[in-house]
Design a protein around this ligand. Sequence first.
Ligand SMILES: [Zn+2]
Length: 474
Amino acid sequence: MGLRFFNTLSRSVQAFVPLDASSKTVGMYCCGPTVYDFAHIGNWRTFVFADLVRRHLTFHGYAVKHVMNITDVEDKIIRRVRETRSSLREFTAQYEAAFFKDLRTLGCLEPHAKPRATEHIADIIALIEQLVARGIAYQAGDGSVYFSIEKYQGCGHHYGRLQKLDFAAMRTTERVATDEYDKEAVADFALWKAYVPDDGTVAWDSPWGKGRPGWHIECSAMSMKILGASFDLHLGGEDLKFPHHEDEIAQSEGATGRPFAKYWLHGAHLLVEGRKMSKSLGNFFTLPDLLARGFTGRDVRFLLLSAHYRETFNFTLEGLAGARTSLARIDECVGKLRDLADGAPGCAAPDVTGSDAWLDAFTGALDNDFNVAAAWGEIFKWITVTNKAIAERALSASQAATQLAAWKRANSVLGIGTAITTVAPAEIQALLAARQAARAARDFKRSDAIRDELKTRGWMIEDSPKGAKLKKIP
Ligand SMILES: [Zn+2]
């Protein structure tokens, strides 16, 4: 059947046919983080899903060019820069670094291009100039440049492609200056915002005077600059559908007169412990929050990838514990396969030419609108069958090597890697023994000092009912 998925633009499941079908290249743009705070688990659902899409396309032999922007100038950022009395770059750098650290911890592949809005101001201005030249954008009395929805529609375009909009209720003669606004406030939106004293040191020169770009135009400028006026795939969370993505389409197609992204994929929301995430409810998790509770990036990735991307997902700590158990089942089976394959005399060569029925079923599930739940179902069926065959000694070394190779193919899409077990060197083990002895002698000062010494050497002590264990600090 081949890969097919729900395209928000056509509101239907469509076969995936890249714009340039012969070259097998795919341009993929994913709206990146707004670096004014730490990313939360709801944000991560979208980024992990984008990683799955990229990996699955790569599995199918496409050369994917994955672009993810960094929104490093926007209303919320400017407010925080003012509040913290820092420079823009100083302020955003810390959150950008934290974002990429988390991205790696979650096993996501680094995007090929990570453009920062502040480094593309000239491209943004050029795009706005194109819109002004076509009569679709205008400078208003407040000095800012706005996108005219009326003029855009007058040029034969349709505003409201991703989401049905109630035009009767729209006040197209009004304007919105803020980056975020809701459906009821549909009106001309800001492309270039004239400088106001609250902007502090955040400003650039432009043909319309000192100011800064609006959020929506940043994505249009950077995606088209790197991927061209038309590209294959645009991804983001469903909360970005309107106004952000709708505005991206309008700005891009209004300026170039050419179709913007061919397919739009939107990931659904996430609930935490059955409720909307909020700091006041105590269910607002960042990745470091979850790592501090003893979970790993793999556990979190597994859980985020357990449900279909278009369904609202309930993220729970109980689910995370379940993810850990499921991963242990996979690791155990893969470990046994590795032992079997390694044990073969002369090292068994895997027979990768023969197609594995389970791998075909796994691929088929993902081809069907990224049905990841069904794909995991195939993995766990395979594990049951494999464990049984190993227990019955019915699997030869060469068959084990073949199965291992098939698993690696599947895991190139799932991206859960392999469990890392690091054995502590002798001097570290000796320190642990000394710490246990100090504790037994109730010399807590010394036991704490040894614990700190281990920490500086990169090892953590985990006390459990079965005794103390050493864990390498990642
Ligand atoms: Zn965007």
